[in-house]
Ligand binder design. Structure first.
Ligand SMILES: Nc1ncnc2c1ncn2[C@@H]1O[C@H](COP(=O)(O)OP(=O)(O)OP(=O)(O)O)[C@@H](O)[C@H]1O
Ligand SMILES: [Mg+2]
Length: 272
């Protein structure tokens, strides 16, 4: 594990057997008006998938950027321990438009077998045969799959994702959920996924945390048996609880069209 020298933090790599991510007393503020992160503590064990919820402006992206080491121009303090191999996925794919898809995936990889590994990663995300396409020739979902391939080809020990499916339509998003679960089961990185979508958090994560007032205000382990169905009453109870943590009252009496939508989404997820 590498040690990163940071201006803000004591930023180090984890010891053997300790969590992949360890954050202690993390503070971040952009101006004198007040802190965005106010003494946040967080541990993520190796291989664990954590979803991060919180109202808009609660500091989710600020936390993610701090973990990625992308916030050196921001005021703050605290200690951050992360693995040396960290990949970040954002809401937009951030593919370089002047490079073909495979070149984007292997950019900076610096290995003799980079091209073969890049092709394999593209095949894993269902983009075999699109290696020589230009980014503008990909759909939004395909571009996000290429971004996932670019992350996973680096075999990160930590995957940081900031609303990676936020700009995708509902059906593409469900397919991406299935793909991400499969990739994470195969590669076992620790994951911190920022999302606004409570159902997405419950479907994907081992653990869901909520950010409020600059700290982790709620930390919930998701223990649902088998494939997670939105029609399952235990799923609905978790949704209600998390929505309430977010200050949103769930409608216990789902409207007919909501029920139908959930059934369709479940069917698509099972068929994928
Ligand atoms: N570069 C910046 N300069 C000044 N203020 C900032 C900057 N970046 C973020 N902020 C402020 O910090 C707070 C947290 O922002 P952040 O982007 O982390 O929220 P978020 O939880 O990711 O929100 P969203 O769900 O809308 O993406 C917000 O009040 C935001 O206005
Ligand atoms: Mg954000």
């Amino acid at each position: 594990m590498a040690t990163h020298a940071g201006r803000l933090n004591d930023r180090t790599g984890p010891d053997a057997g300790s969590p992949a991510v360890r954050v202690r007393d993390l503070h971040r503020s952009f101006n004198e008006a007040g802190g965005v992160l106010n003494g946040l503590d967080l541990d993520i064990p190796a291989g664990e998938f954590v979803a991060l919820l919180g109202r808009s402006g609660s500091g989710k992206s600020t936390l993610l950027r701090a973990l990625a080491g992308l916030d050196r121009d921001v005021a703050g303090s605290g200690t951050i321990t992360v693995p040396s191999d960290v990949s970040v996925v954002f809401q937009d794919s951030r593919l370089l438009p002047w490079r073909r898809v495979l070149d984007n995936v292997v950019l900076g990889l610096g290995r003799k077998d980079a091209s073969a590994r890049g092709k394999q990663a593209l095949a894993e995300v269902g983009l075999a045969g699109r290696e020589h396409a230009w980014p503008h020739e990909l759909s939004g979902g395909e571009a996000q799959r290429a971004a996932l391939a670019r992350s996973l080809v680096r075999e990160p020990q930590l995957l940081l994702a900031d609303e990676p499916f936020g700009a995708l339509d509902a059906l593409t998003r469900i397919k991406m959920h299935v793909l991400l679960r499969k990739l994470c089961a195969a590669h076992r990185p620790a994951v911190l996924l920022v999302t606004h979508d409570v159902d997405e958090a419950i479907v994907l994560a081992d653990r869901v945390i909520v950010l409020d007032d600059g700290v982790v205000s709620s930390d919930l382990r998701i223990e649902l048996p088998g494939s997670r169905s939105q029609a399952d009453p235990a799923f609905a109870a978790l949704r209600t609880r998390l929505l309430s943590e977010l200050g949103v009252e769930d409608d216990h009496h789902l409207r007919v069209e909501d029920t139908q939508r959930l059934r369709v989404e479940d069917a698509v997820r099972r068929a994928s």
